[in-house]
Each structure stands twice: as structure tokens, then as C-alpha cells.
Write a new protein. Structure first.
Length: 321
């Protein structure tokens, strides 16, 4: 039977703000799909942003003789601001889908919303890119790929340790700069390389998780004893005239980056509006009412901040063009 006055889709259960018990699973899915969110710490984020204290100078101590003057020093701190930026997605389905299972309408779209938000977040946090891959179109002021540290996988010969030595070379760049290596964000492209790599004693340097975890959007594992998360869309391809450079992932101190979210996910459902749909590659305004369609618009506000981009190292691979 046809939807007449659109009362079901405009009812309170379809419009407004998600209740906390509905919002949490969606953010949980988005966090699982986002490699960056799995590795970095989440901080509270208000609508006006959040000031985060950053230690710029530490206290010092000194040995003194009996009756000698004690040294004095000051701890210095600064402030960095993490600001919320809005992300949105619109899904359009037929009214027949809504009629088939209206009570589970959000459940049908939840994986698609979570994936779209997570991929867009990672592109911005890692590369300052927009959701379509456009460079310098991300909303955040800082991003991971601004690091100057880089290591080419395949540089070390197998006799000299191969990929294991290359990964450790990235660790060397960090510790020489007084940084730490707490984990890795990896692209799916590097998985075969890591699975075939061993250390000097023949032990695998990358260990994946049990089978029930390998289907997760961001698959956890361990690389040279550090936690890693591997997913599609973490890497970047830079074509050249003679060769193509692939960014395969990042290692570094992920405590030097934080993310936050304002509240939950808000959404609106409409059967009356017009939506821009690419028809044959041409953006066209389509009347939902005229075509018996239902559109749901999901929105959230994320923030991301990198305190020190040099706390990260980029791993790359170069292939002939």
C-alpha cells in the first residue's frame, strides 16, 4: 500500500536527533572503520571547539650541596585548539524499502553512513584531502602526511634484513629525533609485503588477528611488536612520468594526535524535498515526492588535531610507471 501523507517518515521516530542508545552504535562503527580514530585518543569536543594544553617546557632539577642554593625552574605550557567540522551524507531509497521495514530504516543505512564518514575522516586526517580525494580540501588545520620523515620499502636488500630493516629504519628516524613509535596505520596494499617479511631470526614481523577480526573495516594486528590497523583507503597514489609512488601507511607516536566529536549523529528524513542526483554523470535536481523516494540526511561534527607531525614517519613504495 502506498505512502500517502508521509506521516510515517515525518513522525518523531524518523526525525530529529538520535537518542544516545542509537547514536553510540553508529559512532562505534565509524570508529572501527576509521584507522586514525582507532589509533588516536578521543577528547571531549564542544560546539565552539576545545583548547588543549601542550607542554612546551619541562621542569628541571639540580644537585645541591649541604646548605647550598636550590635551583628553580618553570614548567611552560601552551594552548592548541581543536575545532569541530561538519560532515554529512544523503542517502536516497525508494518508498518501498521504507514500507518493507520502516522500524529498521536506520539499521539499513548505518553501515553505509559509518563507512562514508570514516573514509572521509581518514582522508582529511592523513592527507588533508576531501572525500573525493581532492588535495588540500580537508577541513582540519593539521594532518599526518605533513611529516618530513619517509622510508621507502624495498630499500634494504634481503641479505641486509629486507622489509624488517626498512620498518626499523622508520623507527630509527623517530628515536633519533627523540620521538616514539606507538603504532601503525596501514593500507591493504602493504599486507602481502608484510606477511612475507621476517626478522633476522626468521620470525614474522607482522602478526594479524584471529579470523573473526579480519573482516573488520579496520583490521587490527601487530607490526614489530606495535599495534597496527589496516584498512582500504589509508594509502595514497602519486603518479609520475617515470614511476608511481604509493604511500603505504604511517608509523609514529599516535598520542601526538587527538580527535573529538560533538554529540551524536543528527538526521532528517524527507519525502518532499529535491535532491541532487548524478544522472548519467550530470547533477540533476530530482523531486522525491514525484519519484516516490525517501531521502535521509545524516550529519556529524568531528575535530582532529596533530600536535607534532614530525612524530610520524611515512612508508612508501615506488613502482615503474
Amino acid at each position: 500500500m502506498a505512502i500517502t501523507a508521509a506521516t510515517q517518515t515525518s513522525d518523531a521516530q524518523f526525525n530529529g536527533f538520535l537518542s544516545p542508545d542509537q547514536s553510540a552504535p553508529i559512532f562505534e562503527q565509524a570508529a572501527k572503520a576509521s584507522v586514525v580514530q582507532r589509533l588516536t585518543r578521543r577528547v571531549p569536543l564542544g560546539i565552539n571547539g576545545q583548547n588543549i594544553p601542550v607542554v612546551t617546557g619541562k621542569m628541571s632539577a639540580g644537585w645541591v650541596s649541604e646548605g647550598g642554593q636550590k635551583p628553580s625552574s618553570n614548567a611552560q605550557v601552551g594552548l592548541k585548539t581543536i575545532k569541530p567540522e561538519k560532515i554529512a551524507a544523503i542517502a536516497v531509497v525508494s518508498a518501498e524499502v521504507v514500507r518493507a521495514n520502516p522500524a529498521n530504516y536506520m539499521g539499513l543505512l548505518r553501515p553505509q553512513i559509518a563507512e562514508a564518514f570514516a573514509l572521509a575522516f581518514d582522508l582529511a586526517a592523513l592527507y588533508d584531502k576531501g572525500p573525493d580525494g581532492t588535495a588540500a580540501a580537508g577541513p582540519f588545520d593539521t594532518y599526518i602526511n605533513s611529516t618530513t620523515k619517509a622510508v621507502e620499502l624495498g630499500t634494504a636488500t634481503q641479505a641486509n634484513g629486507g622489509v624488517h630493516t626498512d620498518i626499523v629504519s622508520g623507527l630509527r628516524l623517530l628515536v633519533d629525533d627523540k620521538k616514539k613509535l606507538t603504532g601503525f596505520a596501514l593500507d591493504d596494499r602493504v599486507e602481502p609485503t608484510l606477511l612475507s617479511a621476517v626478522d633476522s631470526t626468521g620470525r614474522p614481523i607482522y602478526v594479524d588477528t584471529p579470523l573473526d577480526e579480519t573482516t573488520a573495516a579496520a583490521r587490527p594486528g601487530r607490526l614489530i611488536g606495535r599495534p597496527s590497523f589496516m584498512s582500504e583507503g589509508v594509502g595514497e597514489e602519486t603518479p609520475g612520468t617515470a614511476s608511481t609512488v604509493y604511500t603505504l601507511g604511517f608509523g609514529g607516536d599516535w598520542s601526538q594526535a587527538v580527535w573529538g566529536a560533538v554529540g551524536g549523529i543528527s538526521y532528517d528524513v524527507s519525502t518532499q524535498a529535491t535532491v541532487t542526483i548524478n544522472q548519467g554523470g550530470t547533477p540533476t535536481l530530482v523531486s522525491l515526492w514525484e519519484h516516490n523516494l525517501v531521502a535521509i540526511r545524516a550529519e556529524a561534527e568531528y575535530g582532529f588535531l596533530v600536535n607534532d607531525a614530525e612524530a610520524f614517519v611515512r612508508y612508501t613504495e615506488t613502482t615503474p610507471a
